[in-house]
Write a protein that binds this ligand. Sequence first.
Ligand code: DWN
Ligand code: ZN
Length: 424
Amino acid sequence: MNDSGFINDYMEKKHCRVCKSTALTTYLDLGKMPLVNSYVESANDNIPCNRYPLAINYCSECSMSQLSIVVDPSIMFKNYFYRSSISQTFVNHCAEYAENSARRFSFKDTDLIIDIASNDGACLREFKKQGVRVLGVDPAENLAKIAIESGVPTVAKFWNAETAGQIHTEYGKAKMITAMNVFAHVDDLDSFLAGINTLLDDDGVFAIECPYMFNFMTNTEFDTTYHEHLSYFLLKPIMHLVKQHDMEVFDVLTVNIHGGSLRVYVKKKSSKAWDICYQNIDKLLLMEEETGFHKTEKYIHFSVAVKKIRDDMIRLIKSIKAEGGKIAAYGASAKGNILSNYCGFGKLDIDYIIDDTPEKQGCLAPGHHIPIVAFDKLTKEPPEYLILLAWNFSRELMNKTIKYQKQGGKYIIPIPQVKVVPEE
Ligand code: DWN
Ligand code: ZN
């Protein structure tokens, strides 16, 4: 057992992290998968990747969905390849979020805004434009360095109660704490929320933004299942969880980013500063209830839809290759690594994966070790088909490849169903 209590890099999760129930039902099992952000040096092509069980369990007590294991976070997050700022779509999303927050919560220039899992500072750079003090928290030392060099002060640590205490001593209380694409990545949510309680001003705002289970299932976004994503949230379990920490949800909305996300605004129960938007909250809870998401039956057949996407992708790739067609991909994303490994694709199927993240170029993608290359490869060796593995940014990727389109190049978009664009 290592010093963080992990044997063999991971541990089984036998109880619900929200309500502690053991009434868990497995409804999706993708088998053993590699860690999606463990990109491989090309010299290590002959060394097989570690693979870990990847399955999701549903809690019938509180409607929480969570992975059946927890992989040691220090393996996944201390040196992190993913850079939030590569996607202009995401940067624009952050700019809108920062402007909206400054207006709604009447930021003053003395206010401190903290972003947990701040990555390369993409979001806090937008908040900084609103004239507030900012502080990032992210365990990835490589990303913290980039953020600091871009003018975003960053503490290179995991967020928990202890880190919150240290920040409180040095920086004081925060007006707003944002948790974008991290709340689903954390096993000990009790320590996470204890840290929020420590650092959040009495009338402060805690804002969670995470992938929404409603979109995950409705659009069969199974490839966003990976070991970093421990939880797959509905609004119902989030409300249950924050209540256990003397906090309450005061507003909620769905946002069109990363395949469809939930943004949940939380305040301390004692604060009277923010009206509770019951209409928005009740509307979403009712939608979850009426569409069956609060019942186990809803989940039982999800794997059928997942297997259909896998089978459709395999059939399409096989038919293209049978006719001698060349196939490449764009977006060496975490989701793309799950989709391509789950379909069993390898170098004989996909020649290369384009990615604009400098740190990923020249590496091999986890599992199948398909080479990751810079954009200019598309001009030098154009394929007949380009799989958009970052389908959540299809528009941005297609806008970047107009020349490829004009030369008759085609796209394969795998989610929510496998389709070729333009249609054949
Ligand atoms: O939660 C997480 C989400 C937010 O980001 C993390 N745990 C991991 C990561 O997941 P992902 O890698 O699937 O995220 P993206 O943002 O869908 O990945 C897009 C990939 O495509 C990146 O490697 C960057 C690349 N890309 C590019 O090369 N050129 C993306 C765009 C838009 C581009 O123009
Ligand atoms: Zn539960």
